[in-house]
Design a protein around this ligand. Structure first.
Ligand SMILES: Cc1cc2nc3c(=O)[nH]c(=O)nc-3n(C[C@H](O)[C@H](O)[C@H](O)COP(=O)(O)O)c2cc1C
Ligand code: SF4
Length: 693
């Protein structure tokens, strides 16, 4: 198919200083939990973005001094020659597809824990670090430190040019780098020429830019990543005053302005808290004060929104981190007029969550992310099966839909049977909760794909029995029937049933998702799940007029959301909705009209009036059909399908990303003899030195 001429502008080359980007798709720096620790995986992932048409592909933040060591996060380093090998390979991979490679040089200043290097962190002032509240304090940089820092930045820039990077990014963003710390009034109370006036606070950033340019000349573009607003109101940098003035003061110095907001939680906002293009209002001024190209971010997945941002004069380039993770081939699909094939990011920040846990990132929409090298999974290419077989998948939730899609691509005859009229399972149900509508994209992409496959038949409202499954005579059967929330309180903290939870006024998220509502007006939500579910149900019920109390055994509600950067926004939302929070609280019994709780901090029992209770604790697999089939097949001793498997929540309830991944994996491994004693992927090895000199 040909490209729609409406999108031509996205494919116009753009001159950025001495280099030219082949198009307007800019994969901005993003961590991935692989970096220097799993470099082959990182290279495979970046190469895939270039293959998919991103005109510029950047590294994640790359620290260039041992005193700026971002361990334990698996990011990149540019400390010495040793780093040239894997970064050079990344550049090669990106260049192979005609894209430009960018590197984001960073020193996280007083936020650097230096857990590996044991160097003392430094920043504009003596101060304790915020990172994980570790008991570490940074020291104020003296003039010698500033000179060392500048020299190291220059050296790293030269090294990056030597190994072929086309863009050197000077990074003053996210409230997380030395130049941004110097710029921020709250971090910089120095009285020397680096403190006080905006000109002084901007001095270090200017010096870095000038020195980098002077050092590398026209070998590569020198660009900036700059946060124009700290989102703290007048206490911080705002785009209407100092944010704008800073851009005006450095306007023509960089070859590209990549602008966004700080801190990271404001920049990578989830779809629950911000729509596509949410940063435009903050950065719209930038193109008015510089002649240099401008780029911004904002979870852009729609080519129309991208074209509009360019045509309205807000940007020249479309920056994207998450959209490029969810679909590395987004640009190619626009170019080839295949918009219906775009796998749009749902804005859940599971990718962020895993990097925050210092693990290789995973993506809800793209199960191949991080597996490009390790498992050899290509996001768009699935090999044809050696012979066509009949694959029956029972359950069209996220795992079942993904399994059906991949089996369809493999050329199998696929039957997908869903008990409900609607497809999508939990994704469909959960996407109706406040703020989660974008999650339906997990279903829509897959339903759209299999809808065009003649070899995939979908049966709705078809609840199959074991006998019916066997009658269909499929070669392979996958049971993807999901999971059910527990009502009895079993979770992380309580592992015996809470008395009274069998009563009719005790509900679960499944009841709420099915349209059930607690009786009366006072509701207690008990959250031992610690992710989004209890909070969004609290928000829903509160909007419907209930008086909602959310109790949790931990010191804070929805604690895991700290990893998805939603913790603060979630709290704000709950407070705004008038939800009463009861941390450090255990549920001990449910009675008619009241609950008995234990305040674990004060070690005392508390009684609370509650007409209804919603238990958000844990789930059990819906695996009855699987076990029936297993028994039937055993009893028949012979016959039946060649393979019978459970996939997704039906095997072990988890996040949607896990269900999609397991559905994908099931089909990739269909017919392949897998020895569970063997490691199911390629490993990365470090060189071990022969002797300890
Ligand atoms: C997993 C992840 C890691 C990120 N790591 C970095 C980073 O290393 N450096 C950086 O400047 N921004 C980083 N960001 C922020 C993104 O570059 C981007 O500005 C932000 O996600 C908003 O863009 P998007 O809506 O296209 O994702 C990261 C974002 C994500 C999702
Ligand atoms: S994990 Fe979620 S937010 Fe991250 S890229 Fe994938 S879909 Fe988007």
């Amino acid at each position: 198919m040909a490209r729609d001429p409406r999108y031509d502008i996205l494919f116009e080359p753009l001159k950025i200083g001495p280099v030219t980007a082949p198009n307007r798709f800019y994969q901005v720096p993003h961590c991935n939990g692989m970096g220097r620790v799993y470099p082959n995986a990182m290279i495979g992932m970046r190469g895939m973005k270039a293959e998919g048409g991103w005109g510029i592909v950047c590294t994640e933040q790359c620290d260039f001094l041992a005193s700026g060591d971002a361990s334990p996060y698996a990011e990149t380093n540019m400390w010495d020659k040793g780093d040239e090998t894997y970064l050079g390979r990344m550049v090669e991979e990106v260049h192979r597809y005609g894209s430009l490679a960018g590197i984001e040089l960073v020193h996280n200043g007083h936020d650097t824990p230096n857990l590996y290097s044991r160097e003392i962190p430094f920043g504009p002032m003596h101060r304790p670090m915020n990172w994980s509240l570790a008991p570490i304090q940074a020291r104020a940089m003296d003039k010698e430190d500033i000179r060392t820092y500048r020299r190291a930045h220059r050296k790293a820039a030269l090294r990056a040019c030597d190994i072929g990077f086309d863009l050197i990014i000077v990074y003053a963003g996210h409230d997380g780098t030395v130049p941004s710390h110097f710029l921020a009034r709250e971090h910089n109370q120095r009285t020397d020429e680096y403190g006080g006036s905006l000109e002084n606070r901007l001095r270090l950033f200017r010096e870095l830019l000038e020195e980098t340019k002077e050092a590398i000349g026209d070998t590569a573009a020198v660009t900036v990543r700059f946060a124009v607003d700290e989102m703290m109101g007048p206490a911080g940098l705002e785009w209407q005053n100092e944010g704008r003035e800073a851009v005006e003061m450095l306007a023509e110095l960089p070859d590209l302005w990549d602008v966004n907001v700080a801190d990271w939680s404001n920049d990578s906002k989830t779809s629950r808290f911000a729509p596509e293009g949410y940063q435009e209002e903050y950065v719209a001024f930038v193109k008015k004060v510089t002649t240099k190209p401008v780029s911004t971010v904002g979870r852009y997945t729609s080519p129309d929104a991208m074209v509009s941002a360019i045509r309205r004069g807000i940007v020249d380039l479309i920056g994207a981190a998450r959209p490029s993770i969810a679909d590395p081939f987004l640009p190619k699909k626009v170019e080839e007029g295949r918009l219906e094939d775009i796998r749009e990011c749902i804005g859940c920040n599971v990718c962020v969550g895993w990097t925050q846990m210092t693990a290789p990132a995973r993506c809800t929409q793209n199960p191949t992310f991080g597996e490009e090298w390790r498992k050899g999974w290509h996001p768009e290419i699935v090999s044809k099966a050696e012979r066509e077989e009949h694959v029956l998948i029972v359950g069209a939730g996220p795992a079942g839909l993904e399994a059906a899609r991949v089996a369809g691509l493999q050329g199998h005859r696929v039957t997908l049977a869903e008990a409900e009229e609607e497809l999508g399972g939990r994704v469909t149900r959960e996407s109706r909760l406040p703020g989660l509508s974008a999650w339906a994209r997990v279903r829509d992409y897959r339903v759209g794909q299999i809808g065009r496959m003649a070899n995939v038949e979908v049966y709705r409202a078809s609840r199959l029995t074991a006998a019916q499954v066997l009658e269909l005579g499929a070669d392979h059967v996958a049971i993807a029937t999901g999971s059910t929330w527990r009502r009895d309180g079993f979770g992380r903290h309580l592992t015996t049933p809470v008395p009274g939870t069998g009563a009719a006024h005790v509900l679960t998220p499944d009841d709420i998702l099915a349209g059930g509502r607690p009786p009366g007006s006072k509701v207690l939500l008990f959250d031992d799940d610690h992710y989004y579910m209890a909070s969004v149900i609290a928000e829903l019920l509160s909007a419907e007029g209930y008086e909602v109390t959310l109790a949790t055994p931990l010191p804070e509600v929805a604690s895991w959301m700290v990893h998805t950067l939603e913790h603060g926004a979630n709290h704000e939302r709950l407070h705004g909705a008038g939800v009463t929070l009861m941390p450090n609280t255990m549920l001990t019994a449910v009675e008619s009209g009241r609950v008995l709780l234990r305040d674990t901090l004060r070690r005392r029992e508390v009684e609370l009036a509650a007409d209804g209770i919603v238990m958000v604790t844990s789930r059990l697999p819906e695996d009855g059909l699987f076990h029936e089939l297993q028994q039937a097949i055993e009893a028949a001793s012979g016959g039946g399908p060649r393979t019978l498997r459970r996939v997704g929540d039906c095997q072990a309830p988890g996040i949607i990303a896990t269900a999609v991944y397991e559905g994908h994996r099931y089909t990739r491994e269909l017919g392949v003899e897998v020895d569970p004693c063997e490691v199911p992927f390629r490993r990365e090895w470090r060189v071990i030195e022969a002797g300890m000199a």
